[in-house]
Ligand binder design. Structure first.
Ligand SMILES: Nc1nc2c(ncn2[C@@H]2O[C@H](COP(=O)(O)OP(=O)(O)O)[C@@H](O)[C@H]2O)c(=O)[nH]1
Ligand SMILES: [Mg+2]
Length: 358
């Protein structure tokens, strides 16, 4: 088990400032941080050269990094191609213009679903940490993590974005944290525009779901796979806050194979990169050692010991009728089923890391 210490690199705080214009209320507004291809996604030709220069240096740095990686970690890292790095640089520019950063992480992986870069990007900005999907994580681990973040002096809220009451807690706290921005305008006798809030995080942690819940309707696409949100989008919240939904372009820390496995289990990177069967085998081994009864409860009936993952998946495939031509068990489909069940919490509440293991 390789716990990852959260990187807390310090550097110069980005200069803060208000945007010169706000999008018209009531209408979503696409920003430049668009990761989709096609003519619309092309950056304006007059963009400053500096970010481009940085972006072009990235692939070289990546090559050095990926050369040092092996197996699943290397495959996982390759999913964050250069265009995502460029989008990340654009996000950096947005961050300078917001009043609050909401960082969303997955409660089953509260440190591993962080982006180490964010410590630098977010320096000097009010920040709210949401540890989302809390009902999928072990309650004892949630308590341990809450104490951990408190020790670090970080405002961390454990949420379930799918529950409406939780979203309202986020809105209340966001309004409180953006009060200084509104007061600064009031002091100058200017009517304050809605505070700008950017929602950041790695893929699939629930950023778009949270904004939909705050809106009380499904405006933004959400889904259990990474990469559903393709471009950044401003969404006004009933005249109180202006939220920027962003694609999950923040690269998590992938230094070891274990990091890649855990990120794929929670759906932050696509399963096909590492292979569903490899992921299912590793997950079965993990659950067997952490919570052996869980499997027996979730998949009742006689079954081979999950310590033999291939035989276990074959049995699951047979029982569910997942067969390929010739009547052989479809191991890939069985593996995908197990991964889906894990992500949806059907295998119980499971935390993949504890603060003690950092
Ligand atoms: N169980 C549970 N599922 C959630 C929660 N928040 C989001 N999801 C699900 O996680 C998946 C990813 O959500 P999405 O909002 O698209 O993530 P994003 O990529 O960060 O924008 C979707 O299938 C959501 O329904 C939560 O708090 N609990
Ligand atoms: Mg999204």
């Amino acid at each position: 088990m390789t716990g990852e210490a959260m990187s807390a690199r310090k550097s110069k705080a980005p200069r803060s400032g208000r945007p010169s214009s706000h999008p018209a209320p009531g209408r979503p507004h696409k920003t430049g941080a668009n990761t989709s291809r096609g003519p619309k996604a092309a950056p304006a030709p007059d963009k400053t050269r500096e970010p481009r220069a940085k972006a072009s240096r990235r692939p070289a740095a990546r090559a050095v990094f990926t050369a040092a990686l092996e197996g699943p970690a290397k495959a996982a890292f390759s999913w964050f191609p250069p265009h995502m790095h460029r989008a990340q640089l654009k996000l950096l520019q947005e961050v300078r213009r917001v009043d609050l950063i909401i960082e969303v992480r997955d409660a089953r992986l509260p440190a591993g679903s962080a982006n180490p870069e964010l410590e630098r990007i977010a320096a000097g900005k009010p920040r709210l940490l949401l540890i989302n999907k809390a009902s999928l994580a072990d309650p004892a681990a949630n308590r341990a993590w809450a104490a951990h973040f408190q020790r670090l002096g970080q405002t961390a809220l454990f949420t379930d974005a799918e529950r409406p009451g939780n979203a309202q807690r986020v809105r209340t706290l966001a309004l409180r944290l953006t009060e200084p921005a509104r007061e600064a305008f009031a002091k100058r006798g200017i009517r304050a525009p809605e505070p700008r809030v950017i929602v950041l995080g790695i893929p699939n942690v629930g950023k778009s779901t949270l904004i939909n819940r705050l809106l009380r309707r499904k405006r933004l696409a959400t889904g259990p796979e990474p990469g559903v949100t393709r471009s950044s989008q401003w969404v006004p919240l009933h005249g109180s806050l202006l939220m920027l939904d962003t694609p999950g372009v923040l690269l998590p820390r992938i230094a070891h194979d274990e990091d890649a496995l855990r990120l794929a289990w929670i759906g932050a990177i696509p399963a096909h990169l590492l292979g569903p069967e490899l992921l299912a085998h590793a997950l079965l081994r993990r659950i067997c050692s952490d919570a052996p009864v869980v499997l027996a409860t979730a998949y009742p009936g006689p079954a081979p010991a999950p310590t033999d993952p291939a035989a276990w998946l074959a049995e699951l495939a047979r029982r569910r009728g997942f067969l390929v031509s010739g009547g052989q068990p479809d191991l890939t489909r069985a593996a995908e089923q197990l991964l889906r069940d894990f992500r949806e919490g059907l295998l119980g509440r499971h935390s993949l890391e504890w603060p003690e293991t950092l």
